[in-house]
Design a protein around this ligand. Structure first.
Ligand code: PMP
Length: 415
């Protein structure tokens, strides 16, 4: 058996910050949470920031003259600056708060897509996308007649980049829309290189960073992304808040999506004019408490360092893949560890993915089973469902060892 690599940061201190990790599952076995790709756990720092807001300065933002509203506004807008720094955006006006990744892709489809594309134009997605980066484009296709095409994958679970270039050459592609990291295969896609090729072909690029923002240092300017979307809840922050980054000149030209308070400059009974960026895209009372919790999450991750989190997870991925390869009858999908982020989707020969997940749950191990909102990818892989172990900064090598032992137990039980 291979030995545990050393941790890059103080793992015990980090685990202390996450109250949920210290409970017993089914009141019997310690919880091993391996479902962070679906949603991550939250540290005290995030939970307390939300509680502190509600207890001491809860008020609506951008509206009140009174002290509480000013404090709430300052905190809310302060988070926008934190997001800007976190992804190295050029301006805070390029940071639009959304409910999450899904809202971000839909917003781009319904404002940029609906207004600047015409029938026959091509949106180029990939076979490995989450439904949140497929369905919004299919809806747009039904609405205005754009065509949706998909970059295929190679047998090792990476994108077929030769096919990518060919599709760009042969079709009027206007937008390339691609996951930075696949939520099933874990593949880290070369989005900066893909952006160069998209731009050379006259297309824009949208990067779905739902699975990369939690795990890797992100730099929208280095990637040269035109749009980039992600969710707070996968990066130790609360649900109900996420980000659409867009280049300022593109966002300036886009009409608003939802109408209501805060997004207007003037309203008469005959018509309205729009507020400046980013407020043009933030209609109604936003998720204030969630934004404040998100700010605490960014502070938390930044204090550890995204480079360290990534390096630790690379070690952990290599260890997990190595250990899984020891278990006969287990097949893991996706590329080798150095091209992959913190996730392993697998099948156990002769067992249904849901049965595997249920038996692992009885051992205290939370994994997800199903198609993980990536049905076309599962069709391509030739399986209807996989079990998925996904980890984050708080997981340990010991937990991986428990998972491996539990897989042997699963096999004995199902034999
Ligand atoms: N894209 C990817 C790659 C994802 O993993 C997810 C979440 N599973 C989403 C988009 C959608 O994120 P949300 O549900 O937070 O909008």
């Amino acid at each position: 058996m291979i030995t545990h690599p050393t941790y890059i940061y103080d793992i015990a201190a980090i685990r202390e910050d996450f109250p949920i990790l210290h409970q017993y599952h089914h009141d019997a076995v310690p919880l091993i949470y391996l479902d962070s790709a679906a949603s991550s756990q939250k540290p005290y720092q995030v939970i307390e920031a939300i509680q502190h807001y509600y207890q001491t300065y809860n008020a609506n933002v951008h509206r009140g003259i009174h002290k509480l509203s000013e404090e709430a506004t300052q905190a809310y807008e302060g988070v926008r600056k934190k997001v800007r720094n976190f992804i190295n955006a050029g301006s805070r006006r390029e940071i639009i708060f959304t409910r999450g990744t899904t809202e971000g892709t839909n917003l781009v489809a319904q404002t940029w897509g609906r207004n600047f594309l015409k029938p026959g134009d091509v949106i180029l997605s990939t076979v490995m996308e989450h439904h949140a980066n497929i369905v919004p484009w299919q809806l747009l296709s039904e609405q205005i007649g754009v065509k949706v095409m998909y970059i295929p994958i190679l047998p090792n679970g990476t994108l077929d980049l030769a096919a990518y270039e060919r599709i760009l050459r042969e079709n009027p592609v206007k937008l390339v829309t691609v996951a930075h990291v696949s939520n099933v295969l874990g593949t880290i896609n070369p989005v900066a290189d893909m952006a160069v090729k998209a731009h050379d072909a006259g297309a824009l690029i949208l990067v779905d960073a739902a699975q990369s923002a939690p795990h890797l240092p992100l730099d929208v300017q280095a990637i040269d992304a035109d749009f980039l979307v992600f969710s707070s809840h996968k990066m130790v922050g609360p649900t109900g808040i996420g980000v659409l980054y867009g280049k300022r000149d593109i966002l300036e030209k886009m009409p608003p999506w939802m109408g209501g308070g805060d997004m207007i400059a003037t309203v008469t009974l005959e018509g309205s004019t729009w507020n400046d960026l980013p407020y043009k895209f933030e209609a109604g009372t936003p998720s204030i408490a969630e934004a404040i919790g998100f700010g605490a999450a960014i502070d938390y991750l930044s204090a550890i360092g995204m480079d360290k989190i990534h390096a630790q997870e690379q070690q952990m991925t290599a260890y997990l893949l190595e250990r899984l390869s020891e278990v006969p009858g287990v097949t893991v999908f996706g590329p080798e560890a150095d091209k992959k982020s913190a996730v392993a989707a697998f099948v156990v020969e002769g067992a249904h993915a849901h049965d595997v997940a249920q038996l692992l749950d009885a051992e205290g191990i939370a994994v997800r089973a199903g198609h993980h909102c990536a049905m076309p990818l599962h069709t391509e892989l030739g399986v209807s469902a996989t079990s998925r172990a996904s980890f984050y900064l708080y997981n340990t090598y010991d937990e991986v060892d428990v998972l491996i032992e539990a897989l042997y137990t699963v096999q004995r039980t199902l034999r």
